[in-house]
Design a protein around this ligand. Structure first.
Ligand code: OKP
Ligand code: ZN
Length: 343
């Protein structure tokens, strides 16, 4: 399987992440990328591809132009306001308040953020755009006939909606890949999100559509981030009714229970009969993940890679979460190799 990667990810590494009321070293750190590249190399998966330049016209089919404009200029506006540390919002347009984009950067940050663990830095936009370019390049490889490809995105993307950032995500790389398939002639695309956290951004982007089926296995939002989306009764709206499937699972879920949900999701994908599959691949379902609570072992990642491979669909894997950095590489590689065993 070819994989697409670039060094641009290094440009995004905030000084801290707000967690448990204090600033800690960000869990979403550049070493994650290094460990994955090392494990790919070790496994003999050395077919690395450089990204094509980002296609902003297509990114703007997924994200609002006002949001893209905000991301592209936020750091400049923040420093113009006299601030020197990483940019974080302090105020949000909560219930009953005006949903109007303010002029001041303090207001804009709250208008476009849904969570505040995620800081914006000098290099955030360039890194996020670089990640989106990886997803676009992987999609082009698969549309061009490769059976599968892996986009080594960092920062991740599945929490970003058309006009909201948060949960470490700015541009929705998986949604951008899915939209790319449609733009290049696919009639139906499935997005399967196996990250520990619900892919609220991806769900939101495709919620009213029947050409993209979204399926997510994740920690129950009653207990887990992002807390405000990901319930089982969210089945789509309008044309999209029946094309959104959530599998909220209890904290501590072991592999057999998780795998049962995956089998159900894969059956739904097979019935849907998509032209392509995008997998939001987070390996934070691992038993030793520091911020998650599922109990998957390193071998389980091979098993479920095989289950996904058995679908025998043109597939783009897009990297999402996974914070047990020492094991992130092997767990990721196991999914990809499991897939290749079957596909
Ligand atoms: C991003 B991705 C848990 C706090 C959660 C944010 C998690 C973002 C996850 N106590 N903080 O889906 O891996
Ligand atoms: Zn996650």
């Amino acid at each position: 399987m070819r994989y697409v990667r670039s060094d641009a990810h290094r440009l995004h590494f905030p000084d801290g992440e707000l967690a448990g009321g204090e600033f800690v070293r960000p869990f979403e750190c550049p070493e994650r990328w290094e460990y994955i590249v090392a494990a790919l190399d070790e496994a003999g998966m050395r077919d690395a591809v450089d990204p094509r330049p980002p296609d902003l016209r297509r990114i703007a089919q997924v994200h609002d132009t006002s949001y893209l404009e905000f991301l592209a200029t936020a750091w400049q506006q923040w420093t113009d306001a006299g601030y020197v540390h990483d940019a974080l919002p302090t105020v949000f347009p909560a219930r009953d308040m005006a949903q109007i984009e303010p002029d001041h950067i303090d207001g804009k940050l709250g208008y476009y953020a849904f969570a505040l663990e995620t800081a914006i830095t000098a290099g955030t936009w360039e890194a996020a755009l670089g990640g989106a370019a990886l997803a676009q390049t992987a999609q082009k490889l698969v549309t061009g006939g490769e059976p599968s490809a892996f986009a080594l995105c960092r920062p991740p993307g599945h929490h970003a909606s058309a006009n909201l950032y948060g949960g470490y995500c700015f541009l929705n790389n998986a949604a951008i890949a899915a939209n790319g398939f449609l733009g290049d002639g696919a009639e139906r695309v499935a997005v399967l999100d196996v990250d520990f956290h619900h892919g609220n951004g991806t769900q939101s982007i495709f919620y009213d559509r029947s050409d993209v089926m979204f399926l997510s296995l994740h920690g129950d939002p009653r207990h887990e981030f992002p807390h405000f989306l990901g319930y089982a009764d969210e089945q789509g709206v309008g044309d999209g009714v029946g094309f959104n499937h959530n599998y909220p699972l209890s904290p501590g879920t072991p592999y057999p229970v998780w795998a049962e949900a995956l089998a159900d999701a894969c059956a739904k994908i097979a019935d849907f009969g998509p032209d392509a599959l995008v997998v939001s691949l987070g390996v934070d379902t691992f038993e030793a993940d520091p911020i998650s609570s599922f109990k998957l072992t390193t071998d389980d990642f091979s098993r479920y890679g095989q289950t996904i491979g058995e679908l025998r669909l043109p597939t783009v894997y897009v990297m999402e979460g996974g914070y047990a950095v020492e094991e992130i590489g092997i767990n990721t590689v196991n999914v990809l190799q499991g897939h290749l065993d079957m596909a």
